[in-house]
Design a protein around this ligand. Structure first.
Ligand code: PLP
Length: 372
């Protein structure tokens, strides 16, 4: 196929992802129906085992969504009213939303303009006696700079909650060893929202941890804080992963590395070919999984019009930095507080990078952008 026959390229093509695994997915769903095990059960345990091995963590706890992974982790750590959690304003809403929802206060720190992740140099000055945790986000599939974050956390006795919703399988070299997202902090929080690299057919999430006591507590909080049914040690919630989703994820996980490789190959090709926009920066010692391939230009809105005219799927992650959201006005931030996050929200746009994208489709995108 050449670019002549292409008239549109979607941002993501879930049909193309589903087609080769259709029979296995349907068989897995049927199995759940036949077992009638609709809450918890062997499919959830199987997925937890597969993911803890995949990430190299001691424990994996399936939960109802990426948002709930963050909330149940905060609850299990006892973080709530009067506590502060340091995080980035340039992320999906759930990162800071979860901190607010347990009654704690999100405290923002500006980002690095190349990686879009927390600028670690700005964290220490925001630590107060009320600070309980740092919540770095591994945005677009690249890990935040974890070694200095872990050192700060250790020095100030803080928890580290990795928001790894966009980064399952991403790696970083720490002291010469490659480590997976979600295994360096006290917990790693994952999402299986359909547009993530490992997506289910609805909502789903998971928490990884190497801390036995914390794992046990998160399991309790996942089911209303009860170890023995109807006897409640804590007030938790219903944060359980649906076994139907777990069954589907068990089918999809073995294909994940191939998907990552496909995305990385497209990203490399874009990086080499795109001339009119700033391409993503994979920081030294990182292995990025490109949940998004995000370019940057001061003429962003005009570029979006140009892409839309050519039916090229695109999206802005994220158009309004969290410190400027109406619901967080009570935090007292104003425009200009985080110049890098604010500039990024005006200049970024994400392009199609799914592994089933054909080379001709990619070339169509490249030609369009280079002609801009
Ligand atoms: C997707 C996402 C979440 C939330 O995950 P859900 O499964 O949609 O609840 C949290 N943080 C980040 C950075 C995300 O991208």
């Amino acid at each position: 196929m050449t670019t002549d026959t292409i008239t549109n390229v979607p941002l993501l093509d879930l049909q193309a992802q589903y087609e080769p695994i259709k029979d296995d997915v349907l068989a897995a769903i049927t199995e759940v129906f036949q077992s009638k095990q609709f809450i918890q059960g062997p499919k959830v345990v199987a997925l937890e085992t597969m993911i803890k091995d995949y990430c190299g963590a001691t424990h994996a706890i399936g939960v109802s969504s990426g948002t709930d992974a963050l909330i149940v982790s905060l609850m299990a750590m006892g973080i709530g009213h009067g506590d502060e959690v340091i995080t980035t304003p340039f992320t999906f809403f759930a990162t800071a939303g979860s901190i607010h929802r347990v009654g704690a206060k999100p405290v923002f720190v500006d980002i690095d303009p190349d990686t879009y992740n927390l600028n670690v140099a700005h964290i220490e000055s925001k630590i107060t006696p009320n600070t309980k945790a740092i919540m770095p986000v591994h945005l677009f599939g690249q890990m935040a700079d974890m070694a200095p974050i872990m050192a700060l956390a250790k020095a100030h006795n803080l928890y580290v909650i990795e928001d790894a919703a966009q980064a399952i399988g991403a790696k970083q070299q720490v002291n010469g060893e490659w480590q997976s997202a979600g295994t360096l902090g006290d917990v790693g929080c994952f999402s299986f929202f359909p547009s993530k690299n490992l997506g289910c057919c609805g909502d789903g999430g998971l928490v990884t941890t190497n801390d036995d006591a914390l794992a046990e507590k998160i399991r309790l909080f996942r089911t209303h804080g009860a170890k023995q049914k109807y006897y409640h040690e804590f007030v938790g919630g219903n944060f359980r992963l649906d076994p139907m989703q777990a069954a589907i994820l068990c089918v999809k996980l073995p294909h994940l590395n191939q998907q990552h490789d496909g995305r990385r190959a497209h990203a490399d090709a874009y990086n080499a070919a795109l001339t009119t926009v700033k391409t993503p920066v994979e920081a030294k010692g990182n292995w990025m999984i490109y949940n998004q391939y995000t370019v940057r230009t001061s003429r962003r809105d005009a570029l979006i019009d140009h892409l839309n005219d050519r039916n090229i799927g695109n999206a802005v992650y994220y158009p309004l930095s969290l410190h400027l959201q109406d619901c967080f006005s009570y935090l007292g931030y104003s425009s200009g507080d985080f110049p890098e996050a604010e500039a990024a929200s005006k200049e970024v746009v994400s392009l199609p990078v799914y592994s089933e994208l054909s080379d001709a489709q990619r070339q169509y995108v490249v030609d369009a952008i280079n002609a801009f």
